[in-house]
Design a protein around this ligand. Structure first.
Ligand SMILES: Nc1nc2c(ncn2[C@@H]2O[C@H](COP(=O)(O)O)[C@@H](O)[C@H]2O)c(=O)[nH]1
Ligand code: MN
Ligand code: MN
Length: 311
C-alpha cells in the first residue's frame, strides 16, 4: 500500500494538531475522514504515519478477575454484549451497573425480547442499561417499514410478525433502561447509548460509513462519561481475522478521541474482538459474549470507575 508524500505530510500535520489538542484536553469538531470508507487502509495509514494505534498510549489490557474486591468509592460496571438469545449458561459476576451493548436476540422477535427481559429480571444489579444492535430488527422502525415493502425478502423468518406486535417492542424491556441515541445519568455517571453500525448486509441500524454515521455520533454529548455503541471504533478490538480486515468506524474513533473522550467505551458486534484496550484516556471494552460461531463462551468484563464528586 503506497501513500504519497503530500498524504504523509498532511497526516503528520493532523497528528501534531491532535497531540496538542489532547495535551490541552481540547475537544474538536469531527469531520468525515478521507479514509472513512476503507477502514483497513485507514488503520495502516494512521498507524504507519502517526503511530496512532501504538504503545505506550495504546495497548491491550487484561480484564479484571471477577473476584477482585471493589475499592471503596468506586462503581463496578458489568459489561456484556452479543448474547444472541443464549444467556442460559452465562455466569454473571458481582457489580453495580449492568451494560449490554446490543445483539441480545437473533432477529428481535418479541418472544426473544420477552425472554431477554425475563433474564434481566433475574439479575441483581441496581441499574441495567441496554442498547440494540443490528440483530434487533424490530427496534429499527424504518428498517421494518422497508422490510414490509420488500415482502420480507431478505428475512423471511420475520414475515409472520404483525406490525402491532412489534410497533412498541421497546416497551417489552421493563427490567432495564433502554437507550437509543439517548442518555441517562446514573450514580453521577453520564451514559449515552447508540445502536448504529457501518452497513453490512442490510441488517437493522445499518448506515453507510462517512457522514451518515457521523451525524449519529454528533448527537453524543461532549461530557459523556460512558459511551455504549454496538459497533467498535476503528482500530480497537475490530479485527475480523477470516477477512483480514479492520471493520471499526473511523468517524466513531475520531468522535471518541477528538471530541467526547469518555472514560469508558463499551461495544460488541465484532465477536472476534472480545477484550479490553486503552488509549491512555478511554478504556475500550469489546464485551461480545458469543464467539464468531455464536457460542456464548466469553465471560462478562467488569470495570471499576471512581464515583464522580457530587459537589
Ligand atoms: N467483514 C465484516 N464482518 C462483519 C461486519 N459486521 C459483522 N461482521 C462479522 O459478523 C460477525 C457477527 O456479527 P453479527 O452482527 O451478525 O452478530 C462478526 O463477529 C464478524 O465476524 C463487517 O462490517 N464487516
Ligand atoms: Mn453479534
Ligand atoms: Mn452485531
Amino acid at each position: 500500500m503506497a501513500f504519497t508524500l503530500s498524504e504523509i505530510m498532511a497526516a503528520r500535520r493532523q497528528q501534531s494538531q491532535a497531540q496538542s489538542h489532547s495535551q490541552r484536553g481540547n475537544r474538536t469538531a469531527v469531520e468525515v475522514d478521507e479514509y472513512s470508507t476503507n477502514p483497513t487502509q485507514a488503520f495502516t495509514f494512521y498507524n504507519i504515519n502517526q503511530g496512532r494505534f501504538q504503545p505506550p498510549h495504546v495497548h491491550m489490557v487484561d480484564p479484571m478477575p471477577h473476584d477482585t474486591p471493589k475499592p471503596p468509592g468506586y462503581t463496578r460496571f458489568v459489561c456484556i454484549s452479543d448474547t444472541h438469545s443464549r444467556t442460559d449458561a452465562i455466569q454473571m459476576p458481582y457489580g453495580d451497573v449492568f451494560i449490554h451493548a446490543g445483539d441480545f436476540t437473533e432477529l428481535g422477535l418479541p418472544s426473544e425480547v420477552k425472554k431477554f427481559n425475563d433474564w434481566l429480571g433475574t439479575l441483581p444489579y441496581d441499574i441495567k442499561i441496554v442498547i440494540a444492535g443490528n440483530h434487533e430488527l424490530t427496534f429499527d422502525q424504518e428498517f421494518m417499514a422497508d422490510l414490509i415493502k420488500q415482502d420480507f425478502y431478505y428475512f423471511p423468518s420475520a414475515s409472520k410478525l404483525k406490525p402491532e406486535n412489534y410497533e412498541n417492542v421497546q416497551s417489552l424491556l421493563t427490567n432495564c433502561i433502554y437507550l437509543q441515541d439517548s442518555e441517562v445519568t446514573v450514580r453521577g455517571f453520564r451514559i449515552y447509548g447508540s445502536p448504529w453500525q457501518p452497513w453490512y448486509y442490510g441488517w437493522g441500524f445499518n448506515l453507510p460509513r462517512g457522514q451518515a454515521l457521523l451525524d449519529k455520533w454528533n448527537q453524543i454529548p461532549d461530557n459523556t462519561d460512558i459511551l455504549v455503541t454496538h459497533c467498535p471504533p476503528l482500530g480497537f478490538l475490530d479485527w475480523v481475522p477470516k477477512k483480514m480486515q479492520r471493520v471499526g468506524c473511523m468517524e466513531l474513533l475520531n468522535t471518541v478521541q477528538r471530541r467526547v473522550q469518555p472514560k469508558l467505551h463499551v461495544f460488541g458486534h465484532i465477536h472476534e474482538g472480545y477484550g479490553m484496550m486503552t488509549d491512555g484516556t478511554t478504556t475500550f471494552i469489546n464485551a461480545s459474549a458469543c464467539t464468531v460461531n455464536f457460542l456464548p463462551m466469553n465471560p462478562p468484563i467488569v470495570f471499576d470507575l471512581p464515583n464522580p464528586r457530587t459537589t
